[in-house]
Design a binder for this molecule. Structure first.
Ligand SMILES: [Zn+2]
Ligand SMILES: [Zn+2]
Length: 646
């Protein structure tokens, strides 16, 4: 018997696949003494992807068992699970998914072996003559990007019944897979939803039905994942945005374009005001730039060459045509700006700069417009127009280290002030193939970023070769209250734009030098950060950010004037207070305030009026009675001023 990878590393059942001489292969692969064979566990990202993809096969088999006329598309692993595309007569219903899931469990339990078979293109085409999409893959459509083909040879995986040795099903695929379907845990996967999807993601192609599934190594992990999804759904910013009357996306304006309602407007203004104050203290200068620009500027910056897909088509302006249709004057193309950097560069180069002016830190809440396909637009986190808290820092090479260090501290402290606490940093280094700038520049900037990052004492993840071609970058990843990671701020060194804009400064010895340019956005965009905070807090903003900070609740109408007096004192101190003078009973008023997640309630009745006190109620339902007005006011103001997380 020849030795297989399974013989060497397969004893442990958590090993789902092997790395043989560096390549992921089936455990059934025959190996020789000279091969380097490593076990790959299902508890690694690669192993988990193999498990998920194998489960996609089981789904496809279940679909063709149930709907024999269904034709197969592709079925890759994705984050948290897998999908498979099918050409079917009608879309799948939720009931179909239940039936399919049951069928999958039966297949999983039957322990079918995934058996690899190399096929020549000709015979493969005959074998798959009933599968038009697979045929197109053999015909090289899709190329090396899809799981199914793109290996050194064409392979079909047959599912073999362990009892009879018979072939039950098969699929064109380059693999690898788990050894048999029993590696898939029957109650650790779930079909989640269906959606229409174009063949190979191209809207010129046929529309197929995609089934999404989630899949985990154990039942407990599936359960934890489903709980997290529920929690995320409960906190979804689009849902909370509507429930709390913060913002909306009117159909009449268009996809990905938000309007902020008064309550959302308050939160946004407070976020901006605080950020402005901190930037002022941090030595930033405030600038303003327009929303549209002549094409020449975005050509000079390179955006038109490399970023055209993310930009809106041009507006052709100022052309003059006479009555006969002859062009008297050529027009000019204007574009909506996709980024603020080119305009900030023009401010820098508006006059000669001296080294004495550096570092120069230009800050703007700059609104930009980026074209996103309607399918990927998602609430405030992926919008078509948004406002960046954008800054560009111009400094000398000697200043770069200190500046980056200071910048990262500034960024992290500000994020902490907004209530995010759990961070790690990612350092993206030079792409060896494509980059501008000298070796020395890259080495210096990368080292400066690394030092600055290490000084923070946070986990630093290397993104080797992941930098944009124009310079290295540090990004701040923040974990929210339910453990999800959001990419927040980026600090990006740029060797390219200073060249393209011929930026200069006069150095101490009178020579002309090129400044280093650093791009940084802290929130990313205000809209996205708003969404992150809304989800992080589940809508219960801390008092300093809450749109309404205090609600006064009279026990009867007679107590309105008393509460109005207290409200007046709070308003004088800038506190946002409302009094619920509706006809509702007190208990209902309390429920309403709780639903709108107002941090503090002040309730007043006869006894309170007599004692010069209030009942002080928090949104978690706890309550202190007979609190003297002065004490209540002091507590509220201190919670707001200290940006406490109440
Ligand atoms: Zn496969
Ligand atoms: Zn920039």
């Amino acid at each position: 018997m020849p030795t297989t990878a399974f013989d060497l590393v397969g004893a442990d059942k958590s090993v789902v696949v092997a790395r043989i001489n560096g390549e992921l292969r089936d455990l059934a692969t025959e190996v020789s003494d000279t091969d380097v064979v490593e076990a790959v566990s299902v508890h690694t990202p690669e192993g988990l992807a193999v498990l998920r993809h194998s489960t996609a096969h089981v789904l496809a088999q279940a679909v063709q068992d149930t709907f024999p006329e269904a034709k197969l598309g592709i079925g890759p692993p994705i984050k948290d699970g897998f999908y498979y595309d099918f050409d079917v007569a009608r879309p799948f219903t939720p009931e179909d998914l239940e039936v399919l899931e049951k069928r999958m469990v039966a297949i999983v339990k039957s322990g079918q072996r995934f058996s690899r078979r190399v096929v020549e293109e000709g015979p493969a085409a005959i074998e798959l003559s009933d599968e038009p999409f697979k045929l197109r893959l053999i015909g090289s459509e899709g190329g090396a990007d899809v799981m199914e083909v793109g290996g050194a040879e064409l392979t079909i995986y047959d599912n073999i019944d362990p009892k009879t040795g018979e072939r039950c099903w098969g699929d064109l695929c380059r693999g690898p897979h788990v050894p048999d379907t029993r590696y898939i845990v029957p109650n650790a996967f779930k079909l989640m939803r269906t959606a229409a999807a174009y063949w190979l993601g191209d809207q010129k192609n046929e529309s197929l039905q995609r089934v999404y599934g989630t899949c985990w190594p154990s039942k407990d992990e599936l359960k934890a994942h489903l709980t997290l999804l529920e929690e995320a759904e409960r906190r979804d910013h689009r849902r909370l945005g509507a429930e709390l009357d913060l913002f909306s996306f009117p159909e009449q304006i268009g996809s990905g374009l938000a309007v902020f309602h008064p309550k959302g407007g308050v939160v946004r203004r407070v976020m901006e005001d605080y950020s402005r104050r901190r930037h002022e203290e941090g030595g930033y200068e405030f600038v303003n730039t327009p929303h549209i620009t002549k094409g020449a500027l975005v050509e000079q910056s390179g955006h038109l060459q490399w970023y055209a897909e993310g930009m809106y088509p041009p507006m052709h302006l100022d052309a003059e045509v006479d009555a006969e249709g002859h062009v008297r004057k050529q027009g000019v193309d204007y574009y909506l700006k996709p980024m603020n950097c080119p305009m900030h560069n023009l401010i820098y180069s508006a006059r000669g700069r001296s080294y004495r002016e550096l570092p120069m830190r230009l800050f703007e809440f700059g609104t930009v417009y980026r074209y996103e396909k309607s399918g990927v637009v998602q609430g405030l986190t992926r919008a078509r127009g948004f406002t960046q808290d954008d800054a560009h820092i111009y400094c000398t090479k000697e200043q770069m280290g200190d500046e980056l260090d200071r910048l990262l501290t500034f960024v992290l402290n500000l994020l902490r002030d907004y209530g995010l606490e759990d961070f790690y940093l990612e350092l993206s280094t030079r792409d060896p193939i494509k980059s501008v700038g000298t070796d020395e520049e890259w080495a210096e900037a990368t080292e400066a970023l690394r030092l600055a990052a290490e000084k923070q004492g946070l986990e630093l993840v290397l993104d080797e070769g992941g930098a944009a071609f124009y310079g290295p970058k540090v990004s701040v990843q923040a974990k929210d209250a339910i453990g999800r990671t959001w990419q927040m701020s980026t600090i990006q060194v740029d060797f390219q734009l200073p060249q393209r804009f011929d930026l200069e400064y006069q150095s101490g010895d009178g020579t002309r030098q090129r400044p280093i340019m650093i791009h940084r956005a802290l929130f990313g965009s205000i809209e996205r950060f708003f969404a992150v905070l809304l989800e992080h807090y589940g809508g219960a903003f801390p008092p300093w950010l809450a749109p309404v900070q205090v609600i006064g609740i009279p026990i009867t109408d007679e107590h309105n004037p008393y509460l109005e007096q207290i409200a007046g004192r709070l308003r004088d101190r800038g506190v946002r207070i409302e009094i619920d003078t509706s006809d509702d009973r007190m208990q209902k008023k309390i429920r309403t305030a709780q639903r709108s997640k107002v941090p503090f309630m002040l309730i007043a009745g006869d006894e309170d009026v007599a004692a010069g006190a209030v009942s002080f109620r928090y949104r978690d339902g706890t309550q202190k009675n007979g609190v003297l007005i002065d004490d209540a006011l002091a507590e509220i103001i201190s919670a707001i001023d200290s940006r406490a997380q109440v």
